[in-house]
Design a protein around this ligand. Structure first.
Ligand SMILES: NC(=O)c1ccc[n+]([C@@H]2O[C@H](COP(=O)([O-])OP(=O)(O)OC[C@H]3O[C@@H](n4cnc5c(N)ncnc54)[C@H](O)[C@@H]3O)[C@@H](O)[C@H]2O)c1
Length: 323
């Protein structure tokens, strides 16, 4: 298998490349990443396999994507590349529409032209919008994004579906809940809590902090994406979640406790505009059809993640200095 992975110098894409090199050692991976502020060679410094080839470039550059597909006889594409931070999308949505929508269109058109055997779009549960108190979104729930990031991801999902229906492109979509783990850029919630707590700095918490989120370890998500790549049915959507839900404020308290820091570091700040109150997805279809199940308990994964940030201050400084 020769695979084009996009966004593989970012948090989840980098872990996906690591997973493939371990689990599918015969595969060749072309890793295309623009190295925006969120992507960094330091994130994939440990990847030295001759089966991995990094290319700096933009998924919006259709000619580049086409050349890569042709030159490397690419069989399949997994698209992780995205602008991914909700707060930045509220500040300025254009880069989100450019990469997340037009970039996806660029990949899809190249995939169609070259008759790619499998296309996987890595999407998010945020496209479903905010869940009611006991609601769990399934793959057929209504798409109701509430911020420019999730709207751009939802638009991309619609394009992927349209390419499947119109051109018979063998495409699948994954929608996963919040990921955590090593190498996550320190503007996302868990790394911000850990980094600020390590330095005894205030931890900003939006509004009352009672927003509820489901967390999944990044490697469990990556195993799900691999399962979709190998066994997903074309045209289908697959949700991923490990049903660990916790309010933002409880998560902050948990991390502060593990780091031996006091709760008075918590600083409530004005709530995010359009802030979704609750995310929750039902991943029983993925469990049933793909024989997938999350393996890493939240308590274990979180402790390991905290330890990783404590041990990798150089990485934190390197990636922040490029942002
Ligand atoms: N982080 C989460 O909790 C989460 C949950 C569900 C789904 N997702 C989705 O997973 C994917 C990866 O998320 P992440 O958290 O790893 O994001 P990230 O911001 O850490 O990484 C994104 C990567 O894409 C690259 N990139 C951005 N624009 C590009 C472009 N135009 N061309 C090529 N490369 C480009 C960046 O340089 C970076 O390396 C995204 O599509 C995101 O929507 C993330």
């Amino acid at each position: 298998m020769k695979l084009l992975v996009t966004g593989g110098a970012g948090f989840i894409g980098g872990h996906f490349v690591r997973l493939l090199l371990k689990e599918r050692p015969d595969w060749t991976i072309i890793n295309l990443d623009k190295l925006t502020y969120a992507g960094n060679m330091a994130t994939i410094k440990d990847i030295t396999s001759p089966h991995h080839h990094f290319v700096k470039g933009d998924i919006c550059d259709t000619a580049l994507v086409s050349n890569l597909i042709e030159d490397h006889h690419i069989d399949a594409i997994v698209n992780f590349a995205a602008e991914s931070h909700v707060d930045r999308s509220i500040e300025s949505s254009l880069p989100f529409l450019t990469t997340n929508v037009l970039g996806t269109e660029s990949l899809l058109s190249a995939a169609r032209r070259h008759k790619i055997k499998r296309y996987v779009q890595v999407s998010t549960d945020e496209v479903y919008g905010s869940a009611g108190e006991s609601e769990h979104f399934t793959e057929s729930s209504i798409i109701q994004p509430n911020n420019p990031y999730s709207a751009s991801k939802a638009a991309a999902d619609h394009l992927v579906r349209a390419y499947h229906v119109t051109y018979d492109l063998p495409a699948c979509i994954t929608r996963c809940t919040n990921n955590y783990g090593s190498y996550q850029f320190p503007e996302k919630f868990i790394p911000v809590i850990i980094c600020n707590a390590m330095q005894g700095k205030h931890i900003p918490v939006y509004g009352d902090g009672m927003q509820q989120r489901e967390w999944i370890h990044v490697m469990d998500h990556c195993r799900g994406v691999l399962a979709v790549l190998e066994h997903g049915r074309a045209g289908q959507v697959y949700n991923f979640s490990d049903d660990t839900d916790i309010t933002n404020i409880d998560l902050v308290r948990l991390i502060l406790e593990q780091l031996g820091q006091p709760n008075d570091l918590i600083q409530h700040v004005k709530d995010r505009l359009g802030h979704d109150r609750r995310y929750s997805v039902d991943s029983s279809k993925s469990q049933r059809e793909l024989n997938w199940a999350p393996k890493i308990p939240f308590a274990t994964g979180l402790s390991e993640t905290i330890k990783w940030y404590q041990d990798n201050q150089n990485w934190i400084e390197t990636v922040l200095s490029h942002s």
